[in-house]
Design a protein. Structure first.
Length: 190
């Protein structure tokens, strides 16, 4: 996971890539290609090590990757060349995530994840989507995920924000508060 500075840098690179892709009328293709590149590097450990190794000169990395990705659009290949030259390939995962967020924002979409202990009721999900659309002013792309360990309630995630209204978090806070009282009330009995 990149540092805060690395995340900020990833957003800068993602916005620059978006601008270049938009100028080439290739935003969709660029997104598909950088996702494919991310998948290739995450699956092929040897290639990932090769790209991440500082001992390999940037021009050699570029030549190998351009050869492997010869069917990619010039926008994507140029972007990859910049990452290699600036030694920023390690930020690729964060850049891909930031690019995806940027595409959603520019396209008027908001991607959220709803986690619940039991399957979410479809009517409730639709009501939540309507409320979120009114609040965010964007079309809502809502993913649902079941997490039994939450015990009840929900967790809603959007970009770098999280709203935790789960029973698990409430119980955890209650236990923490009781533990904090332990010292002031004397011996705590299990």
């Amino acid at each position: 996971m990149p540092t805060h500075a690395g995340q900020a840098l990833a957003h800068i690179y993602a916005e620059a890539l978006y601008d270049a892709a938009k100028a080439a009328d290739a935003v969709g293709r660029t997104e598909q290609e950088i996702l494919a590149l991310q998948e290739i590097l995450n699956k092929d450990v040897r290639l990932r090590r090769f790209v991440d190794t500082p001992a390999v000169p940037p021009q050699v990395k570029r030549k190998v990757l351009i050869g492997v990705l010869k069917d990619f659009a010039p926008t994507t290949l140029n972007f990859l060349s910049v990452l290699i030259k600036k030694r920023r390939v390690g930020l690729l995962d964060a850049i891909v995530d930031a690019f995806h967020e940027h595409c959603n924002r520019k396209g008027g979409f908001a991607e959220l994840t709803l986690e619940t202990a039991v399957p979410a009721d479809p009517a409730t999900v639709e009501k939540l989507k309507t409320t979120l659309k009114a609040k965010l002013g964007r079309t809502i792309l809502l993913k649902t995920r079941q997490r039994p360990e939450l015990l009840g309630g929900f967790v809603l995630k959007h970009e770098d924000k999280q709203w935790d209204a789960s029973l698990l978090s409430r119980l955890t806070r209650a236990v923490d508060q009781m533990e904090a009282l332990k010292g002031s009330l004397g011996a705590w009995k299990d």
